[in-house]
Design a protein around this ligand. Structure first.
Ligand code: AMP
Ligand code: ZN
Length: 492
């Protein structure tokens, strides 16, 4: 039997602001849309946190036995510098500054995005559509909204009429903002807007002569508004009404509020049953962001090359650090927090490694069924990974006690225990056992070569070189020991 029938999942719905029992539209299947990156610069660790949160959701839904269609878009046009529909297109600006084609910018940062997410062991989505690949669908939605009277044309641009929409629907249903608070950055708009009301948002923008990313439309040569692409692509691949829509907390307003308004007008129904918002990663207590420079890049974590880091940290340690917090909680990044996570991760992996060498007995002294249930309960309570991790540490405690002969486990229970620990650690949390894949053969070979070169240096009385090899290896915590049998080494 599929697990989801036995273990009901509750999801915190940002729309109702309550944990709700998850019931998909089609039994056994889940449609999930997550707003993807705007590919104009390298992803920072904050972006990674949001995508990792939804990777964990994707993994757990699959683990429960659902067939999941996970759609995550690439924003390669239409996202302006300012949410008030003014400023340059972020990608076009980068292309101008670097004197390359916008599509070169898109290609470079899409590749970076994929490589980074793969390092963190995120699974690829089922479909990864792009905004520029769906201009036709976006034009159709604009025509539809215009026909229904909820948009207007000014100087070749088309704007969504928020006040008109709000007469019959609630613009603010998701974010809780009332219409007066919903002004998309009035300061920028003062005296220079062609919109009827500052709350209105662009569905189509006429391109200025120097704007190179442009497409023909009935209203002007231009480009779609940022919010529209997600409505077009989610409707196309998941339907007018689908199960889960996710994104970072900062996308709730205006982006997701606008998506709801667009879909309500175009399709006559609310698009999403469960809205999920992942919370922010902060640095020095402030949100990590591209624009402010208050961010850290994944590459800096892996190399340790950032002044706030004392040493490098691996992708799995970083992933473990992220999943130790609930996806709806704020999480502050620091060297000390990563060091603590590294200890925890190592302890967990040592426990997992011991499983295969445990001795079995006739009886099992631990309550395995209730341990498994508590793991499911944690994840079914709105994907509570910190509580799941606490239960995994309990498992490690039992593993150590069994190993020391102070608790017992039967052969069949050990099979089940191993299967469940592996499922939660590797399939659901998506951690990797980095000791398995540490290129140890290559490392051993390289150190053997250095030992040989040091031996030759000593034979040639080149003490400076032999000392340099020894000291620099020591700095990497690789200690050479000279003995009767030759030189051996230990890695700390
Ligand atoms: P962007 O490429 O700017 O559209 O952002 C891609 C995703 O990263 C969005 O879902 C954002 O909500 C999310 N995001 C941006 N900054 C952070 C942060 N500091 N912590 C967590 N998620 C973030
Ligand atoms: Zn979106």
């Amino acid at each position: 039997m599929d697990l989801y029938k036995k273990t009901p999942l509750k999801i915190y719905n940002s729309l109702s602001k309550e944990k709700e029992l998850f019931t998909p539209i089609h039994e056994g299947k889940v449609g999930m849309y997550v707003c993807g990156p705007t590919v104009y610069s390298n992803v920072h660790l904050g972006n990674v946190r949001t995508f990792m949160s939804f990777d964990m959701v994707f993994r757990y839904l699959k683990y429960l036995g659902y067939k999941v269609r996970y759609v995550r878009n690439i924003t390669d046009a239409g996202h302006l510098e300012n949410d008030a529909d003014v400023g340059e297109d972020r990608i076009a600006k980068k292309a101008r500054l670097e004197e390359i084609e916008p599509m070169e910018v898109v290609q470079r940062y899409t590749v970076d995005f994929h490589e980074i997410l793969k390092k963190f062991n995120n699974l690829p989505p089922s479909i990864e559509p792009t905004a520029t690949g769906h201009i036709v669908e976006q034009l159709e939605i604009i025509k539809d909204i215009l026909d229904k009277g909820f948009a207007y044309v000014v100087n070749g641009s088309v704007y969504f009429d928020v006040l008109k929409y709000n007469e019959s629907e609630n613009y603010g249903v998701l974010s809780g903002r009332n219409i007066e608070d919903s002004i998309h950055n009035t300061r920028v708009l003062d005296g220079q807007s062609e919109k009827k009301n500052p709350q209105d948002f662009a569905l189509w923008k006429k391109a200025s002569p120097e704007h190179i990313m442009r497409w023909p439309s009935p209203w002007s040569d231009g480009f779609p508004g940022w919010h529209l692409e997600c409505t077009a692509m989610s409707t196309k691949y998941l339907g007018e009404n689908f199960d889960i829509h996710g994104g970072g907390m900062d996308l709730k307003f205006p982006h997701h509020e606008c998506e709801i308004a667009q879909s309500n007008c175009a399709n006559g129904k609310a698009p999403v049953n469960y809205w999920m918002h992942a919370n922010m990663l902060t640095l020095n207590g402030q949100k990590m962001a591209k624009s402010t420079g208050n961010n850290i890049l994944p590459g800096e974590i892996f190399s340790g090359e950032n002044t706030i880091l004392n040493k490098p940290f691996s992708p799995s340690v970083t992933r473990f650090f992220m999943l130790q917090a609930h996806y709806r909680s704020n999480l502050d990044f620091s060297n000390a927090a990563l060091e603590a996570s590294e200890k925890g991760y190592n302890k967990l992996m040592q426990g997992v490694a011991l499983l295969s060498s445990l001795k079995t007995s006739k009886q099992t002294s631990i309550d395995l069924e209730s341990w498994i249930k508590s793991c499911h309960d944690a994840m079914n309570d709105d994907f509570n990974t910190p509580v799941l991790i606490a239960h995994l540490f309990e498992a490690v405690k039992h593993i150590n006690l069994i190993n020391d002969g102070n608790e017992t486990i039967s052969a069949s229970d050990l099979v089940l225990f191993t299967e469940m620990v592996n499922a939660f650690v590797f399939d659901v949390l998506g951690l990797l056992d980095e000791s398995v894949n540490d290129n140890s053969d290559k490392l051993n070979g390289t150190i053997a070569l250095l030992i040989q070169l040091r031996k030759e240096a000593r034979e040639n009385k080149n003490w400076a070189l032999s000392d340099q090899i020894r000291d620099e290896l020591l700095a990497l915590e690789i200690q050479l020991k000279d003995g009767k049998e030759g030189t051996t080494y230990t890695i700390n």
